[in-house]
Design a protein around this ligand. Structure first.
Ligand code: ZN
Length: 561
């Protein structure tokens, strides 16, 4: 069904809770495991229905944040989603305590129960007011960032539209654009500090109420992490410091030489080539057409998938006034439809949407028929492997988008993949420190960021920028506000995607088959089990980052620019 034809109706939350309560009774009074299985099936249908409504409302709200109707629906879900989640949790609480658990595990697999037990640790009615407060604060941050209406180049621009100017080949334009961005953050400095401070407090409160020492453990549970903890992540970050940071420094030095600058500063970091970064050619329509050709040729699975997306209006990629910033992929269970949201701005980022978000969406499409709904989605780092690897699998078609600048695109894409990982690790280490020391003042948090940033990006120079140069960079990173500890996932995934890239240069077809089978398994296994079954190395294992760096550096050197 076309997205525009999908019906939205505000769900009756009380009726939902009542029906779930009946199913909980059914589970508790069951005389056989079959009865419980049937309750589970009914529960899945109910939960798919309500999540379809909330997803449709979310998509339509982000498509036009000025539409009052969906703005109210968003508030409605902000207010009610903790109640819905609580009811869901109650169902699982009854389900995992079943006397027939052994038989149920045989039918449904152990992982479903392990994941549910983990999630239950993070849920208790006593934190519902905190969750509601957290939702309100996150929405406030997102609204604040989206409210940017910057006067630039005779236009009114939002932050994502400004980005085009931040990678301008003209240094003066870049400088002005960065200055504009800084002005916006300076103006909103107090609000940004205040929202974050409240978020740290409310999250710490929740953790304490649930019996945790601080928010770190709870944050990991809320990310559904079932196979590694802070210790393994910290080991990964150490490897990055040792191997990826020096490589990234080398790449920055080459960038400085290419740009012919005495010194590379933060306003040059997005510009890879003196004449400007390679930009995709053609209108958005032509880009979609080329995308269709690309996925048509890549494999029969991708061909069918992309046709489905286009035919059902499941892509909204053009930037418009009032549209929320950023990009995401989501899934509407009742219509078995992935949805891709983005803000095209004429940069190569537009093509990343077609590859990255499409990698997520393909996974949604491939996993739609996994019978047990809990296994249709994987944990976030696994999902990012789907998307970030797709960026590399589609490289052979990039000539269609970048023409004679395709080699430069390849270079920029690979170099930015490498450069990203140290930054992402800084975001992660920062959050560990923040939540372990929740009483820090906003100023202390900025100093902390400065220190961590200097370890991961030692050559970063902010000139005399009053906001970003004073430890404010993290306040432009949505995830730090909206989804704590969801950032290392990108770094772990990028490391896996770079592994796939190394495999591709040996045997593309074999690497693709491996990828397809990895993606098809979706959430049926934990991240580390998936890697093991696919004979990929875990980024947290000693030596993995070193080898990935070696392969990437060799590949970068071979690109003729
Ligand atoms: Zn992604």
């Amino acid at each position: 069904m076309k997205f525009s034809e999908m019906l939205y109706k505000r769900p009756d939350v009380n009726a939902y809770i009542n029906r779930v309560n009946k199913l909980i009774e059914k589970v508790k009074n069951a005389k056989s495991y079959e009865e419980q299985l049937s309750a589970h099936k009914e529960f899945t249908a109910l939960s798919d229905k309500i999540s379809s409504m909330s997803t449709i409302a979310h998509i339509r709200n982000t498509m036009n944040t000025e539409d009052d109707f969906y703005d109210r629906e968003k508030d409605f879900f902000d207010e009610n989603s903790p109640l819905i989640e609580n009811s869901t949790a109650e169902f699982y609480r009854a389900f995992v305590s079943s006397d027939y658990r052994k038989q149920l595990e045989e039918k449904l697999g152990k992982l479903l129960f392990e994941n549910a037990e983990l999630e239950l640790k993070a849920i208790d009615p006593v934190i519902i007011p905190d969750l509601q407060e957290e939702n309100r604060l996150v929405s406030e941050y997102i609204k604040l960032i989206a409210s940017a209406q910057l006067d630039f180049d005779g236009k009114k621009l939002n932050l994502s539209q400004l980005r085009l100017y931040m990678e301008s080949p003209d240094r003066k334009t870049r400088k002005d654009a960065y200055k504009k961005r800084t002005e916006f953050f300076e103006e909103n400095k107090v609000k940004l500090d205040d929202i974050y401070d409240k978020l740290v407090n409310v999250r710490t409160n929740m953790a304490k109420k649930l019996g945790f020492e601080n928010y770190v453990e709870l944050g990991y549970i809320r990310m559904g992490r079932n196979c590694y903890g802070p210790k393994e992540v910290s080991a990964f970050r150490e490897q990055v410091k040792k191997h990826m940071v020096p490589l990234s420094k080398k790449l920055n030095e080459k960038q400085r030489e290419r740009l012919g600058l005495k010194k590379l500063t933060f306003i040059d970091s997005l510009l890879y080539f003196k004449d400007g970064n390679p930009k995709p050619k053609g209108t958005p329509e032509e880009i979609f057409k080329a995308g269709q050709k690309m996925y048509g040729e890549l494999s029969s699975e991708t061909s069918e998938f992309f046709r489905f997306m286009l035919e059902n209006e499941l892509l909204d990629c053009l930037s418009r006034k009032g549209k929320a910033s950023g990009g995401y992929m989501t899934y509407i269970p009742d219509y078995k439809s992935p949805f891709i949201f983005a803000n095209f701005n004429g940069t190569s980022g537009d093509i990343d949407v077609l590859t990255h978000e499409a990698g997520h969406a393909l996974n949604g499409y491939l996993a739609k028929n996994i019978e047990i709904s809990e296994y249709r989605t994987a944990t976030m780092e696994t999902c990012e492997v789907h998307s970030m690897s797709m960026e590399f699998f589609t490289i052979p078609w990039m000539k269609m988008f970048f023409g004679d600048r395709v080699e430069e695109y390849k270079y920029m894409h690979l170099a930015s993949a490498v450069n990203f990982i140290p930054y992402g690790c800084a975001v992660d280490e920062f959050q560990h420190e923040v939540y372990m020391n929740p009483d820090m003042t906003p100023n202390e948090r900025k100093n902390l960021w400065k220190r961590i940033e200097s370890e991961y990006q030692p050559d970063l120079d902010y000139e005399d920028d009053p906001f970003f140069g004073n430890g404010g960079r993290w306040q432009a990173q949505t995830h730090i506000y909206s989804a704590p500890f969801y950032y290392i996932d990108y770094c772990l995934a990028q490391t896996c995607a770079l592994q796939f890239r190394n495999l591709m240069s040996e045997d593309y077809k074999a690497a693709w088959e491996k990828y397809l089978s990895f993606s098809k398994k979706a959430g049926t296994m934990t991240f580390t089990e998936l890697l093991k079954t696919s004979k990929l190395r875990s980024p947290m294992d000693e030596g993995c980052v070193r080898d990935v760096c070696k392969g990437s550096e060799e590949a970068i050197e071979q690109i003729e620019i």
